[in-house]
Design a binder for this molecule. Structure first.
Ligand code: SAM
Length: 195
């Protein structure tokens, strides 16, 4: 199981990017995200995505990150441009069961580097916590996370042109909805009692 720890979150500045960190964590196979600063709005946004799109991803804000990191019982990884290359260490990291992956927002305190078992870089160039986390998870799961499927209220039906979703508002209804940009969405099929 992979837990993501996001530190340095500033609600007024980082809401969008921290939301992206959380959505990438969920979509790419992590089980939970813990965020240091309390942010109810962000928590609700992520919970709504989980409620609509399925899965059991957990989100919690207002975490005292240092004691949380110290107490974590598995392998602790800090993603940082200053770390060792991911390609050198990923096989070792994979051998552990539970992994904590820390990503920062602003400057990450040196304590995080010292508490971590691994300081891992995704290139030694500065870029983004969203990209670093996505690449880490993809390497960790060997791309298998791309095949994972969820069953939620909203289920995308992949297509080349257009936007189609299977909407299951409750256990008695299933609507196929063709989404449109300007006009109202079009219900193309309405199936009562799907189960
Ligand atoms: N300058 C900050 C520092 O010294 O800690 C980092 C700011 S950076 C915008 C935010 C986060 O993105 C970092 O804490 C790290 O988790 C991630 N990050 C950025 N570039 C990275 C890289 N090349 N490899 C791994 N993680 C990276």
């Amino acid at each position: 199981m992979i837990t993501v720890l996001r530190i340095g979150h500033r609600p007024f500045r980082d809401k969008r990017i921290t939301t992206h960190v959380a959505l990438v964590a969920r979509a790419f196979g992590a089980s939970s995200i813990y965020i240091d600063t309390r942010d109810d709005e962000l928590e609700n946004t992520v919970k709504k995505v989980v409620d609509n799109f399925g899965g059991s991803f957990e989100v919690k804000t207002g975490i005292e990150w240092k004691s949380f990191m110290k107490k974590f019982h598995g392998t602790k990884v800090n993603l940082t441009m200053y770390g060792e290359p991911i390609e050198k260490r990923i096989d070792e990291i994979k051998s552990g069961d539970d992994i904590l992956v820390l990503v920062g927002a602003e400057k990450v305190p040196i304590d995080a580097y010292l508490i971590a078992d691994y300081n891992i870089s995704v290139t030694n160039q500065p870029h983004s916590e969203v990209a670093a986390l996505a690449i880490f998870l993809d390497r960790y799961f060997d791309g298998k996370e791309l095949e994972k499927s969820y069953e939620g209220k909203i289920n995308v039906v992949p297509m080349n042109h257009g936007k189609l979703v299977k909407y299951i508002p409750d256990e008695d209804q299933c609507l196929m909805i063709l989404k449109s940009e300007n006009a109202d969405d079009l219900i193309i099929r309405h199936v009562e009692t799907v189960y």
